[in-house]
Design a protein around this ligand. Structure first.
Ligand code: FES
Ligand code: FES
Length: 157
């Protein structure tokens, strides 16, 4: 069946099976930044934004994105033009193996869109579904708070 949606701001039409999961569809089309971890909604490695909200794409059937907007990490920044969040993750040493990072960045983006001035607790709550086995979260939260401050400054200037 065909599914029409917006993928990283581009109108997209894909032929998908009725039981295919969004994570598999994306990765098969080269969007490898969407990571596959547990496959059961526990780790957040596969998070994408669906109409601006973070979802575990391993739990979303591809036909469900019909008419919706999907953002993957490939739609957030690039090596040459990283997003402020990506710059701050890098600066803070918040990326170790990097497997959780795309999901962390997308969950953080959604948080900062609804709350540009979060507390540490707000950030930890927003990352509740994103597991990281490497960093211990402190540097991740530092990075997100620094990015939030820079994004507020940029908006005010
Ligand atoms: S792979 Fe989707 S939540 Fe773990
Ligand atoms: S940096 Fe390795 S799992 Fe988070």
């Amino acid at each position: 069946m065909n599914v029409c949606f917006t993928l990283n701001n581009a109108p997209t039409e894909l032929d998908v099976g009725p039981g295919e999961r969004l994570v598999d569809v994306l990765r098969a089309r080269g969007y490898m930044g969407t990571k596959y971890g547990c496959g059961t909604g526990e780790c957040g490695a596969c998070v994408v934004l669906l109409d601006g909200e973070p979802v575990n794409s391993c739990l979303v059937l591809a036909p469900r994105v019909e008419g919706k907007e999907v953002i993957t990490i490939e739609g957030v920044g690039s090596p040459l033009q990283p997003h402020i969040l990506q710059e701050e993750f890098s600066k803070a040493g918040a990326v170790q193996c990097g497997y959780c990072t795309p999901g962390m960045i997308l969950s953080s983006l959604a948080l900062l869109a609804r709350n540009p001035n979060p507390t540490r607790e707000d950030v930890l709550r927003a990352l509740d579904g994103n597991l990281c086995r490497c960093t211990g979260y402190v540097k991740v939260v530092d990075a997100i708070l620094s990015a939030a401050a820079r994004m507020r400054e940029r908006k005010e200037s």
